[in-house]
Design a protein around this ligand. Sequence first.
Ligand code: N01
Length: 545
Amino acid sequence: MPENSRDSEILDVLVLGCGFGGLHGLYRLREDGHRVIALEAAPEVGGTWYWNRYPGARCDVESLAYCYTFSPVIDAEWRWSERYAARNEIVSYLKWVADRLDLRKDIRFNSRLTKAHFDTNAALWHFETEGGETYRARHFLAAAGPLSAPIMPDIPGLDNFRGEVIHTARWPETYPDFAGKRVGIIGTGSSGTQVIPIVAQQCEKLTVFMRTPNFYSPAHNRPLTAADHAWWEENREKTRDRLQKGQRWGGGDLMLDDEINDAMYKKASEFSAEQRRQIYEARHANGGGVVGWAFADAMIDKEVNEEAGNFLREKVRAVVDDPAAKDKLTPRGFAYGTKRVTVGTAFPETFNRPNVELIDVKSDPIQSFTERGAMVGGREIPLDFLIAASGFDALTGALTAIDVRGDAGQSLKEIWADGPQTYLGISVRGFPNMYMIGGPGSPSVFTNVVMTNEMQVEWISDLIGYCEAHGHARCEADADAQAGWTEKVNGLVKGNLWESAESWYVGANVPGKPRVILAYVGGYAAYKAECDAICDAGYPGFRFS
Ligand code: N01
């Protein structure tokens, strides 16, 4: 056993990660009387919000709905300052939660988990961190984050580039000085959309390398007023109930009129063209990412989807001056919503600035990087900085980066080589006593992530309690249940527009990653109902021993 082992006792549960899911898991399991330690690679809590320090980083789900509900104390004492919380405020919130609930004493910071091996004979998980510390626990709660394994663009010569290369999710602690500098940004997803307008104001020349123009709608962020908070006090329970029963996430629609919200549960054909237009306009004026999800059949009926897409295309074209930039920024080639819709502040307007150049890399690819910059169409674009807003190996990447081995030493990465297989997105056959928060096959990124995390933490904690109460040393998905759930997750996208997705939703952004839908598109309410029914029935689909 290594000298720096923390292995002297066997933990009940080891929690991986201290973002929203992990912190709640640590709290709840400790409250249940378990001995729990949480490992966190960062020096602070926050999870994905700790790492995504890039300028402009802000949640595009409204802050009033993007927070914990499990603790009346937290609920009563915290006040959000803006409609959409900036990254710093979210990290402050999670730091405050960690202090308020006295969580820090059970967190090991700067502890990146590298190995998690299940010892079949002893029914124990053995863990090892990058620093060589080891732990043992009976249960393993993995809250590694669905979007926490950054990927870099694979462009020849990038290693030769002498300027500074920064991934948005690994932004340096010391803010780079962009004044008088030439900056290139690759990527116009959610991160690119937020970082581009800010860096454009700070640097001398910004070149944006865009591969796919995405659907965009403005956030209309603003400070929350005393009246907003009073409204929230009065409507909190009702609104939470609506979000939980609804099909979609709690995005930018908290304070929309009921009539407009309710249209989301009806087919577009139940409204006249004029009424539909009014609904899109109201959603767009309200702000947020759910403008196009105005009707129930937005992701089923091609025409409805196209109408929503055209509305957003028109809005973007209206604010861009240069005809060439207008065309480049107009989304095409994929259905609305099959790539994550981006939300921001003055993103398309940024391309009206004289110091910003937009390069469509589909028609003008970056051939290579030189020491000085990027070669495009035989022209060298000199750069001092390259910002990669190039995304993540979503849903599976954070866990497969760790050497996770279950029964008989089988590797999770190998088991998932043809696509992830899970039961409820929570459990994997052959990996007993391991549970995932925001795992593949769970609703995760297709819902308000915090809301679904909370539900999963409570449900998994109940399952662990059930094992303890019944003296079960092992709990894992059974083969049929896992196959059935995986089929259900994949079946939900068959025959509708999700199937055509060309995005990280289906692993399309990672070369060699199998093309399967990575999360459950059935919505929070249906998922929760299913999980609750399984709990009530004594956990069919799990094998206990
Ligand atoms: O990553 P992305 P992200 N050459 O994968 C481009 C959440 N999030 O960090 O579309 C050129 O969406 C790529 O092009 P293409 C949210 O769920 C939330 O922006 O593949 N371009 C794309 O434009 C979000 O969806 C918030 O053709 C290359 C971009 O890089 C998720 O995180 C904020 C390239 C990657 O976009 C991920 O967002 C931020 C190449 N070689 C993130 N490789 C909020 O709450 C990649 N690209 C607001």
